[in-house]
Ligand binder design. Structure first.
Ligand code: ADP
Ligand code: MG
Length: 482
């Protein structure tokens, strides 16, 4: 059979496809088949044009069997299908101006890596894309980054060192380090959004030509929904495929819902990764706890670096407070900062909240920020957010009481007073916190659990036999009960 009219061939194919899909799949038919444009016929190879990489991947994944059957019906057993993918002319890089071709009969898991690729710009056609200004080589996408969350004001501490330095590396060489994707995870209020935003800003500063975009996963989902409603999913996908550094915040939001959104993101992810574009993702769970995300997406998230932000230790908390105070041009005594830092230890957001309410109180009532005001306010604040006494805090209170620097607990000294301070800290940690003996030992001078147990017994004995010790223990008990 000699068929020369490629349009007629494709028209026949469409008819069969439409029939095969049936009226219940009319929408799918319209979404995935009517946008396909036949370009030419070379022997028994039909060349068609599809609007985007995502489109191509989607068809390969979902409709390849049907297409194969239909093409063979029209063009015989040797029939092949080649795709020409419309590349946006605003994108200057080579990989975008390629034509990917695939045998109609082949089902490839990863078509990108195993397909012949040849450069061929013909067939690229303008598609209406509201996100792109035609004729400009480089699109301008507002990055949606906040100017306030910078790397400079992201205080460094043991708790965030890995994530922070990975962030620097990524901003320096986006897309080309091993940290792609960079996944930042932590509990709430520990700085994920701040850090991800800061990396975006730094990237823009170092590489002004790169298109950086920050979105929350909720925004992404809403945009996807809108795009589906007005039937321009391709523009949506196209838009995201043009980004050089994509930051998606709070990806756990998709867990257990929005399969379609995850699917779209999966394709975008693959595309960007393939082009060495940087992907930065945050999550309030570690990937192993992220149930409800599609396994293949999860596995992608594990490709790069997973960096966890931990709760800041007391020194970092102090540094954060000092920085915020300095920013606002407010001076308070070190005691005040210490008091807040020791008492608020849940997360950085709470820490800021406490400081803000203290500043508000002082300015509303024209009061100085004194220790008394601080104590009163912070205690209220802490009560309302369920205060948890930590080992760190216990060490601080014990050492203050004995007039020792808090660091002495960590020293190997055998001086009587230091040994006693350490034993007291262990004793109260056992009584008040839920920590195990070995955790307490680790935090109190790197001792083992037997030492902690011994300390607890010693203090208990002294309490029975030594009046001074009993008085001291009781006074400390009062302080912890405050
Ligand atoms: P998350 O996204 O993890 O819930 P955020 O990034 O919103 O947390 O951080 C909460 C608040 O704490 C923000 O105001 C942020 O600026 C501040 N913050 C967190 N970590 C730091 C840090 N290391 N240095 C300075 N500020 C921080
Ligand atoms: Mg956040």
């Amino acid at each position: 059979m000699m068929i020369s009219d490629y349009k007629a061939v494709w028209a026949e194919c469409l008819k069969v496809i439409k029939d095969a899909l049936g009226p219940e799949n009319k929408e799918a038919y319209e979404a995935w088949f009517t946008p396909i444009v036949p370009l030419k016929l070379e022997g028994s190879t039909l060349i068609v044009q599809v609007p985007s990489m995502f489109f191509y991947e989607y068809i390969e994944e979902h409709y390849i069997k049907l297409l194969r059957k239909v093409i063979r019906m029209q063009l015989g057993a040797n029939a092949m299908l080649k795709y020409s993918i419309v590349m946006d002319q605003t994108i200057p890089t080579e990989p975008r101006s390629m034509t990917l071709s695939s045998q109609g009969g082949r089902q490839t898991v990863n078509p990108l890596s195993s397909m012949p690729v040849n450069i061929n710009k013909e067939g690229a056609r303008e598609i209406p894309n509201p996100f792109v200004i035609p004729g400009l080589r480089k699109i301008r996408v507002p990055s949606q980054l906040s100017a306030n969350y910078t790397l400079d004001n992201f205080v460094e501490g043991e708790c965030n060192r890995l994530a922070r330095s990975a962030g620097y590396a990524v901003a320096d060489k986006p897309g080309t380090t091993a940290f792609n994707p960079l996944l930042i995870h932590s509990g709430v209020g520990l700085g994920k959004t701040h850090l991800a935003n800061a990396i975006g800003l730094k990237t823009k500063e170092l590489h002004p030509e790169k298109t950086v975009l920050y979105v929350t996963s909720e925004q992404f989902m809403n945009q996807y929904g809108d795009a589906c409603r007005v039937k321009n999913l391709n523009d949506f996908i196209h838009f995201y495929e043009m980004i050089d550094v994509l930051i998606v915040d709070d990806i756990q939001f998709w867990a257990g819902r929005s399969e379609k959104v995850q699917e779209a993101f999966f394709h975008i992810f693959n595309h960007l990764h393939q082009r060495n574009c940087q992907i930065i993702i945050t999550s309030d769970k570690s990937p192993s706890d992220l149930q409800g995300l599609q396994p293949r997406l999860l596995s992608r998230l594990k490709w790069g670096l997973q960096a966890e932000l931990q709760a800041p230790d007391v020194e970092t908390r102090k540094a954060i407070l000092h920085q915020k105070l300095q920013n606002d041009g407010i001076e308070v005594s070190d005691d005040v900062v210490e008091y807040i830092a020791y008492n608020i230890n849940s997360n950085v957001r709470e820490l800021e909240g406490a400081l803000i309410s203290l500043m508000a109180q002082s300015s509303l009532n024209h009061k100085q920020i004194t220790m008394d005001l601080t104590r009163e306010l912070i205690n209220k604040y802490v009560q309302s957010s369920q205060r948890e006494i930590t080992i760190e805090y216990i060490q601080k209170v014990v050492c203050d009481h004995l007039d020792l620097p808090v660091e002495s607990i960590q020293q190997t000294s055998r001086k009587r007073e230091i040994v006693q301070a350490r034993q007291l800290a262990m004793y109260f940690s056992k009584k008040i916190t839920k920590s195990s003996l070995s955790v307490i030992g680790l935090q109190c001078g790197n001792k083992d659990h037997a030492t902690v147990l011994h300390a607890c017994k010693t203090i208990e004995n002294l309490r029975q036999t030594d009046r001074n010790i009993r008085a001291m223990v009781e006074e400390l008990e009062k302080k912890f009960a405050e």
